[in-house]
Design a protein. Sequence first.
Length: 254
Amino acid sequence: MGTPILQVQNVNKRFGGLKALDDVNLTVMENTVHAIIGPNGAGKSTLLNTFVGRLIPDTGTVTFDGQSLIGRKPHEINQLGVSRVFQTPEIFEDLTVAENVMIPAFAKRDGAFRLHGWESMSREAEIRDRALACLEDVNMADRRAMLAKNLSRGDKRRLEMAMCLVQEPKLLLLDEPTAGMSRADTNNTIDLLKQIVAAKSITLAVIEHDMHVVFSLADRISVLAQGHVIVEDAPQHIKGNPKVQEAYLGGAHL
Ligand SMILES: Nc1ncnc2c1ncn2[C@@H]1O[C@H](COP(=O)(O)OP(=O)(O)OP(=O)(O)O)[C@@H](O)[C@H]1O
C-alpha cells in the first residue's frame, strides 16, 4: 500500500432540496491514476469542485498531502500542488503556444507576473526552457511559435495539459480529458497520459465517461451514483459489480 495524497471524508453538499454529495468517502493514493465515474448528475463535477476551492462542502473534510483544502482559495490550492485541466481549455488564444505555458510557470514561481530588470531576463530564459520541456512532454514542441487560437481542438487540450505540467503539480485533476475527441485523438490522449504518469512523480484523478479511457488508465475506480460512492475498487472488479451495473442501467454501458 502507498501513501494517500487526497482524502475525502464524509463530504456532504446540498443544493436546496437536492443532495448532490451524500456522505462521500474516497482516498486517492500517491502516484496512481484514480478514476471517478458515474451516470450523469451523479455528483462527479461537484466533488471535483470541492478539491479545487470552487465549492465548500456543507460537512466533511478534504485533505491533500496532509493539509485541509476546505476554505482555501483556488490559487492557494494550486500553490499546494493541485492543478486542474478543464473540459473546455482555458488558454490565451492570442498568445503563442510557448507564451501560454510560460505564464503559469511564472505564476507558480513568483506568485505574480511582475519582475524587474536583469533578474527578469535570466528568469525568463529559465522559464522558457521549462515551458519548452513541458511542450515536449505533450509532443507539441514543434508548435511552440503558433498562436494558440490556430491550434486544433485536441492540441488546445494538450496545450492546457502542458500549462498544468509546468507547475509541477503533485495531483493533476482531469475533467473528461477526451470529451468530444475522435477515437484516434482519444487513443493519443491515453498514450500521452500513460507517458506522463510513467515519466513523472504525479498522481492523476480523472473524471471520465468513456469506459475505454477509464479501463485503459485507472489503477483504482470510485463509482458515484446519486451523490454517493457506491463502490471503490480495482478496475477488474468494477465491470461485473452488480451495484455498478444497476447504477448504469438505462445510462452508459460498461
Ligand atoms: N450550482 C448548482 N446548483 C444547483 N444544483 C446543482 C449545482 N451544481 C450541480 N447541481 C446538481 O447536482 C447534481 C450533481 O451534478 P454534477 O454536475 O456534479 O454531476 P456529474 O456527475 O458531474 O454529471 P455529468 O456527468 O452530467 O457532468 C445534479 O443533479 C446537478 O443538477
